[in-house]
Design a protein around this ligand. Structure first.
Ligand code: SF4
Ligand code: SF4
Ligand code: SF4
Length: 215
């Protein structure tokens, strides 16, 4: 798994770490001569807590032994469920508060292994611009919608966008929700089966799990 520096910072002074060692299921961190032993599940990233694929599905060389699945992404799905239990106005308020903190640094995009457009990202490179540089929640929101929808069907839920965000915005909740919908509707998980085509790149006259409106 990968350590969550924000969780770790609540336990130790991460600016003063002198030594880190791993023990069975625990991490020992020494800061200014004082050692603290913390159970791993308290400082691992949420995505690692119930990772279905702790062993890479494809690799040239595997370091260490293969690991069994830790779950089916329950840790993140629980966070999505908690949000879904809110009323629509409460949920709107939650995301407004979270997204208002976005400084549009695009670290989330730059860290994303699937955001391959680089200098041609629609967030910055279209003329006329799709999003203004105004400092408003609408523009921030538009950026988040654009990023989330461009990654729909390609996002593997690796969590790098959230890890890179300097403002601590819980981006993985958006990705987890979209990925769960894709799994439910199309039985599809990005990055799992080699050669499988993402549902948004294919077309069927009728989708078994999508009810067409009766015009
Ligand atoms: S990394 Fe965070 S602050 Fe920067 S653009 Fe992405 S969501 Fe906004
Ligand atoms: S979780 Fe998805 S959107 Fe975020 S960095 Fe990974 S692939 Fe990109
Ligand atoms: S947000 Fe969309 S346009 Fe921008 S780099 Fe990612 S996939 Fe490309």
């Amino acid at each position: 798994g990968v350590l969550d520096l924000r969780k770790l910072a609540e336990r130790v002074d991460v600016g003063r770490v002198e030594e880190v060692s791993w023990q069975e299921g625990k991490i020992a961190v020494r800061t200014r001569g004082r050692e603290e032993t913390i159970p791993l599940e308290e400082v691992l990233q949420d995505r690692c807590l119930s990772c279905p694929y702790p062993t890479p599905l494809i690799y040239d060389v595997l370091l260490g032994d293969p690991l069994p699945p830790k779950g089916e992404n329950e840790a993140l799905l629980r966070q999505v469920e908690e949000l879904e239990e809110l009323t629509p106005p409460e949920r709107l308020r939650y995301w407004k508060e979270e997204l208002e903190r976005c400084i549009r640094c695009y670290a989330c995009r730059n860290a994303c292994p699937l955001c391959v457009c680089q200098d041609w990202c629609a967030a910055e490179a279209r003329d006329p611009h799709w999003i203004s540089m105004r400092d408003g929640v609408k523009e921030k929101w538009m950026w988040q919608v654009l990023h989330a929808l461009h990654l729909a069907g390609r996002c593997t839920g690796c969590g790098e966008c959230e890890r890179a965000c300097p403002m601590g915005i819980p981006l993985l909740r958006i990705r987890t929700k979209i990925n769960a919908e894709l799994k439910e509707l199309f039985d599809y998980e990005a990055g799992v089966k080699e050669g499988e085509r993402p549902p948004l790149l294919t077309y069927q006259v009728s989708e078994p799990k999508i009810e067409e409106p009766k015009w």
